[in-house]
Design a protein around this ligand. Sequence first.
Ligand SMILES: Nc1ncnc2c1ncn2[C@@H]1O[C@H](COP(=O)(O)OP(=O)(O)O)[C@@H](O)[C@H]1O
Ligand SMILES: [Mg+2]
Length: 441
Amino acid sequence: MAKKHKLPKIGFLYLDYVLRFFDYSNFRGWPDKIEAVTYHWKNDKTRFINEVKRKKIDVLVGNIPATAYETFKEIAKALPHVRFIPSIESQFCNKSKENVTLFCEKYNIAAPKTLITYDDKIAEKHFKKCHYPQIVKRSYGPSNYGGYFVHKVDNYKEATKLFAKKKYKPVYTQDAIPLKDSGDIRVMLIGHKPVCAFWRYSGSGEWITNTSQGGDMSYENVPMAALELAVKASKAAKAEYWACDIGIDENTDKAYIIECATAFAAFPYIRDWIGQYIMWDLSDGRFRLPHVPLFSWEELGKMDPSVLRTLRHLYFAKYEPSADGVYWLSDKGNFGMELTDESTPSDMPPSIEPPVSENKLPKMVKGKSESKPSKISKSKLYDINTISLTELMTLQGMEEEMAVKIKELIQNGAISTFKDLSEYHFTSKKQVSHWAKSFNN
Ligand SMILES: Nc1ncnc2c1ncn2[C@@H]1O[C@H](COP(=O)(O)OP(=O)(O)O)[C@@H](O)[C@H]1O
Ligand SMILES: [Mg+2]
């Protein structure tokens, strides 16, 4: 491609211990060098900012995990001329379930009716008069802990019992959607266009849809209402790429957002499409906008996941009527892939501030006083050599600083079993022996 005008300099935003969503292969054909800047946690802000400046990066591409969100708000402020993709504002929902709710309320996006409060009296009053069942969640942290922090309560007594045990703060509780077909729908979008969608069903006897606990999935029959709601949320978030989990009320067929974020798991061919979309955006259209026919996921989904995992750089030509006249995969509905609007700080709803009197709150919010997830099956046990920072963060009572330290010790080979941690004084004996139960040696 002849260089007509200068392209912006791209840098990948990476964080130690965090899975990388993009790499160079997703940006195939980009003619310039792509930089990478890695955040090392713990007081690494200034160094990170300086590296971005030194490398003269114009665009930083990548997701920010929940635990680093506030830090990156500050980093972005110190780099006013750097565009973050997705924008910091777009990533508001990644931080917590509370943020998802606030986002849906601000943009009038259908979501389960939810109470978020730090006031026990308000919670008490709510549980006395609310509709049951209620779904109670721990708000903090990234999603997809496989439902460990999600509970269903059927009456006041059960609600009281749960909070006596869990002490989640804030109290986050919402109406249960009677889920159609006992499932919810994951929709992935690029430039506000749905490019992949599937049902996730709960395992038999389970109410929660969790494919890692025996649930099933299907790319067939994703309803329009789910796609339309996902597009509405994606546009409100101004997100270059986006995913929603959507529940359909079996009584009314109305769609509700259960979760939404820019962070999600996706096959490499989907990440390739995102890379192509970003290159199209950053080159003012010199690169080709990927064409992904609506419902093509129904066809791709017929392949075995082991095959889908290795498919790369899928190219769909636009359908041109031809002599044989076969009409395959015509685009139904009115879903175009478009540029996102530019984010501004006012896009974000104000957060709910914890009361000052509860200054011990962060620890509780991070799960300090939680009991052990009830189900740790053998296959769920972690391997100390491969555990991610995010997984470490899910251990009961774990805090960010501690998790980072532990990850470093593992990385340096200083500890090879979790019990070895007893020699370090930043953890208590009790904690270590408790955490060790989640590991497979
Ligand atoms: N309000 C709700 N009504 C019905 N089911 C729900 C509701 N909230 C969550 N669920 C079920 O619980 C699952 C896990 O909840 P979610 O909020 O996605 O937490 P996480 O994925 O972080 O564990 C959802 O996929 C859905 O099946
Ligand atoms: Mg979820």
